[in-house]
Write a protein that binds this ligand. Structure first.
Ligand SMILES: [Zn+2]
Length: 362
């Protein structure tokens, strides 16, 4: 046994069999509980305009045009195509992919308008656009955390033995939520003006081909390219802050936009990463971004046109199954030290690079 074990979203053959043999019942049970949790996590106010609302907008975690540009017959693949968890959806309609419900329809149609317009990418994105992206990334996380909170409450209600665990999860989630709220309010303020250098866009590339994946999220990088810690995500100090890296992969009609940016105030934390990153060749940069997305996030969407030999690539599957949840069996090694091995970015070449020209959409 390793000193520290990182959970993989992976079921054994037997577990697969158990679920498959009673698939409908399991699926019903999960859907019912998710529906209850979602309902509980919903507020009555729009997170943006703060007006009371009875129906929230089905907001997308990334611009719908990105999904349309890689979809086949209105469908894209979710990460579950690789992770293979039988109770999750494999294919998603463009309208349902990566959504959250926190703001009213009126706000949703206004507050992301500049960045959700494909025409806007002829030039380098403005501060306003970057703030809109950051705002969206925060909202997506706030939505996720609120849902998780209600799911844990449900688990606690149904099983009193885990009440301590549920309480400790609540504490972590509340701290997280506070941070996202602060970041959201800051981005909201910046998005209302047309100038400023509050965000540092250190990578912006327009590729003259369409990549077969779409992605937008903020990722808390654990290590830089020399394997030094950027974010100590297992730090117990409540005053320690985690700083995210905003990653965008936007397929346009006949080109793609790839961007990395951070809050300018977080430059010190990320300096060693972006300095070394900026010195690499474009191929290596794209390969590292591709690796970061599959290693850290479950929010990537894939085109159904991606060939099977890539979708069945063992290293890609194993990378996509990696999670940050860990159990530490050792007294000598910290979880953070172990995370350095799991999150070592120098392994980026072990998975197929879906951002390279070789894998473009025909
Ligand atoms: Zn609103």
């Amino acid at each position: 046994m390793k000193d520290v074990e990182f959970f993989k979203i992976k079921l054994s053959d037997k577990e697969h069999e158990t679920i498959r043999s009673n698939f409908v019942e399991h699926k019903k049970f999960i859907n019912k509980n998710i529906a209850i949790a979602r309902k509980k996590s919903k507020g009555t106010y729009c997170k943006y305009c703060e007006k009371e609302t009875s129906s929230y907008c089905n907001s997308h975690s990334l611009p719908a045009f990105c999904l349309r540009n890689i979809s086949s017959k209105g469908l894209v693949l979710s990460i579950n195509q690789l992770v293979d968890f039988p109770l999750m959806d494999f294919e998603k309609g463009v309208n349902k992919a990566g959504t959250f419900h926190l703001i009213c329809r009126e706000c949703d149609s206004k507050i992301f308008r500049e960045y959700e317009n494909p025409e806007a990418y002829i030039n380098k994105p403005t501060t306003k656009m970057l703030a809109q992206i950051a705002m969206k990334n925060c909202l997506r996380y706030i939505g996720k955390r609120l849902e998780e909170k209600s799911i844990f409450e449900l688990i606690g209600d149904q099983n009193k033995n885990v009440i301590d665990f549920v309480d400790s999860m609540h504490e972590v989630q509340s701290l997280d939520l506070d941070e996202y709220e602060k970041e959201f309010n800051k981005a909201k303020k910046i998005s209302k003006k047309n100038f400023g250098d509050e965000y540092y866009l250190f990578f912006h590339e327009k590729l003259d081909y369409v990549v077969p994946i779409a992605f937008q999220s903020s990722i808390a990088l654990v290590v830089d390219l020399d394997n030094n810690i950027i974010n100590d995500i297992y730090c117990n100090d409540p005053n320690y802050k985690i700083y995210g890296l905003h990653v965008c992969i936007f397929p346009l009609e006949d080109s793609s936009i790839i961007m990395l940016f951070i809050d300018s105030k977080h430059q010190k934390r990320y300096r060693s990463f972006y300095k070394k990153f900026n010195r690499l060749s474009l191929d290596d940069k794209l390969s590292i971004i591709n690796y970061i997305v599959f290693l850290y996030s479950e929010d990537v969407f894939l085109s159904k046109e991606i060939p099977n030999d890539i979708l069945e690539n063992e290293n890609l599957i194993s990378t996509a199954q990696t999670t940050l949840m860990a159990v530490n069996f050792s007294f000598s090694k910290s979880t953070t030290e172990a995370a350095k091995e799991t999150y070592n970015l120098n392994n980026h070449k072990i998975i197929p690079n879906l951002l390279s020209e070789k894998n473009k959409l025909k």
